[in-house]
Write a protein that binds this ligand. Sequence first.
Ligand SMILES: [Cu+2]
Length: 179
Amino acid sequence: MLIQCGPRVAMRRAVAAVLALLLLTLAAGCGQDSGQGDAGTPADDAGQAGEPTVTVTGAWARPAPKGEMSAAFFVIENQGSEAVRLTGVRTDVAATAEIHETVQEGSTARMQRVDAIDVPAGGRVELAPGGYHVMLMDLQRDLNAGDGIQLVLEFADGQEVTVTAEVRDAPAGGHDGAH
Ligand SMILES: [Cu+2]
């Protein structure tokens, strides 16, 4: 018994020493972490705390009379670390707003509705004549050059971006197909 007692005591002391070291290390670590954590946390969370990660620029729409159709265009930039998906657009100026894509088939341009537009992380997608556009159907009022119309872009992750699109004619020289 005495022979076994010695090692046990030694072991207990060793364990105690290790525990003490561990506690010291943890205490020191905690002190350092709280300092670094305060500085690092806000930046780390910026992209995930409901902060907008999408910027929409250069919004414009074609002039058209009430009851007719128009098309709106803009550039979506995604600064986030995850892809975003434009799933819809709301506006007061049209009874219906749909996301469309103009596709070239031989010499004819045809447009079709698309469910969504994906914008990759760090990427951009341009809605422009001849490609993607927002179709504004059954206009509720005249869209005259110089007007500003409000569009609310809805994304799959729940974020919404409101932009004012300037009503104006297509840029000179831009190709003016089916819109
Ligand atoms: Cu269209």
